[in-house]
Structures are given as structure tokens and as C-alpha cells.
Design a protein around this ligand. Structure first.
Ligand code: FO1
Length: 308
């Protein structure tokens, strides 16, 4: 039986690690399990940001500057929408719209998100397996000093400015892991957690009971890549929300937050070592494809060391 690898991912940083893994592993050996807590309906269209960011990144279509959406995107739809007084805080690019329209049409005809993603990946010749964390409805809400905000309202409309008090994942407790998710975690030679925001992009996955249980039960080593570099986060609100939660912005906090299912943490340079988990060090900044490959190799090597 050839080796199998599973990576849990969400957000922009996560997609970069998956891309590094995809560039070095036999494609059919890799399964990416993706956060869908960011998903929401906008003008009735189903948007799955973390899935789409991964599809764009792996197929070389992503807008590397923005970190989301497509390279060379055009915005005629948004211009027309704005001219009609439509809410324009969330930008839907002309090409991006194709994903949402096709996804909405397929969901309306009873297709699952798992199946829809598989057809998009096949259309773009992506040979790895991409699974949503669930086919059920799970929605991330952020409780803030301005009240309870749906994730995209917090993240995009308010640019993460409100003080974060807590994060909740509506529907997660009752949600079933998508087909293949638990099996991938249980039968992989290594399970990796990408350098996604633990509180916003990884916790939705962990809120699904059977996914957390699989991480605890799997015989495979479980290795996370820290989202921290030099005591802060590379991009996004990780460091800010850690401070707002009264947590030290350290790798120790990251390892502690994940818990006992984590075997080891890959940390950046000479950053602080987590007390409660094994660790290895590398440059975890991923600006180029070579960087992504290096970090992927370091994470796999750390997992290999754990299982040894
Ligand atoms: N992020 C923004 O900051 N502004 C946007 O207008 C925006 C639109 C958007 C459209 C489609 C999509 O897949 C992602 C989009 N994102 C946007 C990113 C999105 O907020 C993601 O949830 C984040 O990348 C965090 O995962």
C-alpha cells in the first residue's frame, strides 16, 4: 500500500502548504480537508472561500497579491451591481462568479459539496483529493464588542477591526464529516495541519466531533505548521485575536490550543519552542514555490521523525 498523506487547511496560508505538498508528493497520495465555516450565501450565491482559494492556488490561477480570487480578474459584475446600489463590501469577480453559479446550480439539483469540488478539481486537472470538512451547513460566527458577526462580515466588511470575544461554529456539533474525511485521517502515514489561523480556520474542522475524534485516534503522526513567524502572524488577524483572547502570542499557545492530538509543531527560525509538543525549526515563510516545497518537506520530515 503506497503512502498516503492528509492535510487540514483553511485560508490563504493553508493553501500555500497544500501547494508545496502537491508539488512534491504523488498526486493521488494527497488528501486536503478544507474548512467550510467561511462559506456563506451572498445574493443567494453559495461562496466557499477556502475551497476556491485552494482550487485557484493549486491550478496556478490565484491572485498572489490579494491572496484570494483569480489572477487577472475583471470586475464588470461588481461595477454594474454598485451602479444599481447593491451592497458591494464583498467582491465577486467575473470569473469567480462561475464557481458560485455552477455550485449553486449543482447544490439546487441535490449534488453534494464533496461531489461539486471533485468535478471542479477534475475540470482543472487537479489530481489530489480535495474534501470539504463536511457536506452539512456549518457557519462560523465571531462574537465581538460590536455583537455577533457572520464570519465574512467580521473578516471582510469590518476588516477584523472589532474586538474578538469568542468564535462559534453553528451546526458543527451535529455535522457529519464529509465522506472520506475520517478514513483519510485514520489511514494516512502522516496528518498535517497547515499554517492556517487556528481559531478561525482550523477550529471549525475540530468542532466536528468525528474529525476531532479521528485526530485523537489516528495512529499517524499529526504535525502542525505554526502560523506564527517572529511572534506574530504572517497575514490576517491571528496575532490580534490571540491578544484579544488574552493569550500569549507564542508557539506554546498554538500547541496548547490544538491539544494532545498534536504530536509536533513546525516552527519558524528561532521562535519560541512549544513546551508541550515536539518541534522542528525551518524558515516557514512561503513567498515562492520553492519556499512552499521546503516547508512541505520539513513538515513531512518532522512527521517521519515522530512515527520513527
Ligand atoms: N476577502 C476580502 O478581504 N475582500 C473581498 O472582497 C473578498 C472577496 C472574496 C470572494 C471570493 C472568495 O473566495 C474569497 C473572498 N475573500 C475576500 C477572501 C475571503 O474573505 C476568505 O474567507 C478569507 O480568505 C479567509 O479565509
Amino acid at each position: 500500500m503506497s503512502a498516503r498523506y492528509t492535510v487540514l487547511t483553511g485560508g490563504v496560508g493553508g493553501a500555500k502548504l497544500v501547494d508545496g505538498l502537491y508539488r512534491i508528493l504523488p498526486p493521488h497520495s494527497l488528501t486536503a480537508i478544507v474548512n467550510t465555516g467561511d462559506d456563506f450565501r451572498h445574493y443567494g450565491l453559495p461562496v466557499s472561500p477556502d475551497i476556491d482559494t485552494l482550487l485557484y492556488t493549486l491550478s496556478g490561477r490565484s491572485n498572489q497579491t490579494l491572496g484570494w480570487g483569480r489572477e487577472g480578474e475583471t470586475w464588470n459584475f461588481m461595477a454594474a451591481l454598485t451602479s444599481l446600489g447593491g451592497e458591494n463590501w464583498f467582491n465577486l469577480g467575473d470569473g469567480d462568479l462561475a464557481l458560485h453559479v455552477l455550485r449553486g446550480h449543482a447544490l439546487a439539483s441535490g449534488e453534494t459539496l464533496t461531489s461539486i469540488i471533485a468535478s471542479f478539481a477534475a475540470a482543472w486537472n487537479l489530481a489530489l483529493t480535495i474534501l470539504p470538512m463536511t457536506d452539512d451547513a456549518v457557519a462560523t460566527f465571531v462574537d465581538t464588542d460590536e455583537g455577533l458577526l457572520p464570519f465574512q462580515r467580521y473578516f471582510v466588511e469590518r476588516r477584523c477591526e472589532p474586538k474578538l470575544l469568542s468564535v462559534q461554529f453553528d451546526g458543527a456539533q451535529a455535522a457529519a464529516a464529509a465522506p472520506g474525511v475520517v478514513e483519510a485521517i485514520m489511514t494516512s502515514d502522516a496528518v498535517l495541519v497547515a499554517p492556517s489561523n487556528p481559531w478561525l480556520s482550523v477550529d471549525p474542522l475540530l468542532a466536528i466531533p468525528t474529525i476531532r475524534a479521528a485526530l485523537v485516534a489516528t495512529p499517524a503522526p499529526v504535525v502542525a505548521v505554526s502560523p506564527l513567524v517572529g511572534g506574530t502572524a504572517v497575514k490576517g488577524p491571528t496575532a490580534k485575536l490571540m491578544a484579544e483572547l488574552g493569550l500569549a502570542i507564542t508557539n506554546d499557545t498554538i500547541a496548547e490550543h490544538y491539544g494532545s492530538w498534536l504530536d509536533a509543531l513546525l516552527i519558524h527560525g528561532d521562535d519560541d519552542a512549544p513546551a508541550g509538543a515536539a518541534h522542528a525549526r525551518t524558515d516557514t515563510l512561503m513567498h515562492t514555490a520553492d519556499d512552499r516545497i521546503c516547508v512541505a518537506r520539513a513538515a513531512l520530515a518532522l512527521a517521519e521523525g515522530c512515527s520513527g
